[in-house]
Design a protein around this ligand. Structure first.
Ligand SMILES: [Zn+2]
Length: 199
């Protein structure tokens, strides 16, 4: 539709999640009309995250070091691990200040339609952690939607033989949505009211 590099930019932007062809075009023309210094800062931020940000070798959260800030914190409670889908869920839960344990980021949820099975997620890493840690409770805080529930059910069955307390966040969260869409108060209450799962 457009020539060369402009079209390339529109196509690259269009590959981002939630950006349709129209938005991609709008963002591209916004960039074209921007101050080169502003664009430079955007380019720098993109380069920096690509070069510097890695994933925590313990929990899978984003990190600039081998282990993330939470896994390095000695004041956290090693008895509880909260399992979430994405690093953004860690941020949402941290904001509630209700949780003082550690996290485990799966990197997604089980979704047969999208071809995502347990082997595509950091399930094996979770099992390894549970075998060697002093964990007594695992909180399954996957999203309150179809994929999140399927993942929680799968994990609950898998964890049952370990004799751990396996809990799921209380209802009251917006059903069908993402954990991050819940406000801090609702998410905090869901933590307090978490229920025991018997798989
Ligand atoms: Zn970590």
């Amino acid at each position: 539709m457009y020539e060369g590099v402009v079209q390339d930019l529109i196509e690259e932007l269009g590959r981002l999640p939630g950006v349709g062809p129209k938005s991609a075009q709008r963002i591209a023309f916004h960039i074209l009309q921007s101050d080169p210094a502003d664009v430079g800062r955007l380019v720098f931020a993109l380069t920096q995250v690509t070069e510097k940000v890695r994933f925590c070798t313990v929990c899978g959260n984003v990190s600039e070091q081998d282990q993330c800030r939470i896994c390095r914190d000695p004041r956290r409670d090693p008895a509880v691990i909260c399992v979430v889908e994405e690093p953004k869920d860690v941020v949402a839960i941290e904001k509630t200040r209700e949780f003082r344990g550690f996290y485990h980021v799966l990197g997604g949820a089980i979704s047969p339609i999208d071809g995502v099975g347990p082997d595509d997620l950091r399930v094996r890493e979770l099992m390894t952690r549970l075998a060697s840690d002093q964990v007594t409770e695992v909180i399954l805080a996957t999203d309150p939607n179809l994929e999140g529930e399927a993942t929680a059910t799968y994990l609950a069955r898998l964890l049952k033989p370990l004799g751990l307390r396996v809990t799921r966040l209380a209802s009251g969260l917006p059903v069908g949505g993402d954990l991050e869409y819940a406000d801090e108060l609702t998410l905090g209450r869901a933590f307090e009211g978490r229920r025991l799962l018997d798989a």
